[in-house]
Design a protein around this ligand. Structure first.
Ligand SMILES: [Zn+2]
Length: 440
């Protein structure tokens, strides 16, 4: 008998790699935060002994979901304003609200609310872009979730930043003061081409090289953004990103709604990844993401919720559901994107986009134990013929019962283990009153 830290036995294990696999009555042995073994439960109980045995008799065990594009603490502006064009919504609601409450402390409160929602709904890793990145990193570390944290660059004078040079200086400063943890990775985030000059885009590319950071940017989200660049520079946003040296195999491009064949070829040639955010794209009337074309071109395509201000949740199960429906409806073709391909985008493809696919994104021996369990003993998932389509089309995120990151349990039988959510909500309600005053 070998001794391991924890043995988790589940009715079904969906490891994502290999494809379309459902292992029935299997166990996962965890040791030192890693997946030590995956084997039939009958063999596991003879081979392994452990202090902690978790039996999930009606559950699916699968890799944790990866939210590849979000602005976590913008959850504080969830539901603020409705049915407005993007610029009106920003001017009337978001910018006044941000100037009324944004600080290191409030970003921590917002990050905590967002991370609680993400853990509760099965997300084990998120890729974030917002102000006060080290405060979001601090909260992520306390919660035990995995995160990629970005230093964003934009030519908009807010939060004490006068211009893009201030943001660039701050990015270097954040980098040197970042907390060290293998649960955290780091990115430079030029917000978008329409909020940056060519000089700041080039400097961001240099910093990515010098500091070995990934690159994360919004791109081709709206037709208006493309028109703005064409009018001012005579170039499409992707051309400007490319000329600045920002299209690399370490680059994540969020949205990518409006693409030509040349755009897609360019992204493929550079090896950059795409992050689709269908809920946000539809709520803002930006358009329908071109998911199947990109997938068929060998481009890594991940999924993100965007911020909860434009979604209005951080629920990756809903985002997977929309990803599948939008693709099939847009192309009038039910055969595009199988349920398993959608699951891949929310797991192994997200990991690949973040450069973490050798560590997370699937349940394989030697990978880190970032896992979630979903309780299928609920009428929403009955009858269960094959759990894979139900994970995309039927599961309610509140059926997520247990969550582990690197072997640490963050959600146990639906209870958050590392966040005092009742206290967080009290603080969020206090901030709500200030936001309401600012938006009157
Ligand atoms: Zn965004």
């Amino acid at each position: 008998m070998h001794t391991v830290d924890e043995l988790i036995s589940a009715k079904w294990v969906v490891p994502i790699v290999p494809k379309n696999t459902v292992l029935e009555a299997y166990s996962v042995a965890i040791h030192d935060g890693k997946i030590f073994d995956i084997l039939p439960t009958k063999q596991a109980i003879k081979k392994y002994t452990s202090q902690k045995n978790t039996c999930l008799n009606d559950h699916v065990l699968m890799p944790g979901l990866i939210n590849a594009h979000t602005h976590s603490s913008m959850v504080l502006f969830r539901g603020l304003g409705d049915a407005l064009p993007l610029m009106d919504w920003l001017k009337e609601y978001i910018w006044p609200a941000e100037s009324a409450i944004l600080s290191a402390d409030t970003v921590e409160i917002g990050s905590e609310l967002a991370i609680a929602e993400m853990i509760r709904s099965g997300t084990t890793c998120f890729n974030d872009m917002y102000f006060y990145p080290l405060n979001t990193a601090k909260v992520a570390l306390c919660s035990g979730i995995r995160a990629s944290i970005g230093f964003h660059i934009l030519n908009v004078p807010v939060q004490g930043f006068k211009n893009e040079d201030d943001y660039l200086k701050a990015a270097v400063d954040y980098y040197h003061h970042r907390p060290k943890s293998d649960l955290l990775s780091w990115a430079i985030m030029p917000h978008a081409t329409y909020t940056n000059t060519d000089a700041s885009l080039r400097r961001a590319a240099e910093l990515a090289n010098e500091l070995e950071l990934r690159i994360h940017s919004h791109a081709h989200e709206t037709l208006n953004e493309i028109k703005m660049d064409m009018d001012k520079y005579g170039k499409r946003p992707l051309e400007r990103l490319n000329e600045a040296g920002l299209l690399t195999d370490k680059t994540l491009l969020a949205h990518m709604v409006h693409l030509t064949e040349a755009d897609i070829s360019c992204v493929k040639a550079k090896g950059s990844s795409v992050v689709r955010c269908p809920a946000s794209n539809m709520k803002l009337g930006s358009g329908f993401p071109n998911i199947p074309e990109a997938a068929n071109n060998g481009i890594t395509v991940a999924i993100g919720t965007d911020g909860a201000a434009t979604n209005d949740n951080l629920n990756m199960f809903e985002e997977m559901h929309l990803t599948a429906l939008v693709a099939k409806g847009k192309h009038q073709n039910p055969t595009v994107l199988s349920a398993h391909q959608v699951l891949e985008k929310a797991t192994i493809q997200g990991a690949k986009a973040l450069g973490l696919d050798d560590r997370i994104g699937s349940l394989e021996k030697g990978k880190e134990a970032d896992m979630i369990a979903i309780d299928f003993n609920h009428y929403l998932t009955q009858p269960t013929y094959n759990p894979i389509p139900l994970l995309v089309y039927a599961v309610n995120c509140m059926q997520v019962s247990d969550v582990w990151v690197k072997g640490q349990q963050l959600l146990k039988q639906t209870t958050l283990q590392t966040i005092d959510i009742e206290q967080t909500v009290i603080e969020v309600k206090r901030l709500r009153d200030k936001v309401l005053l600012a938006c009157q």
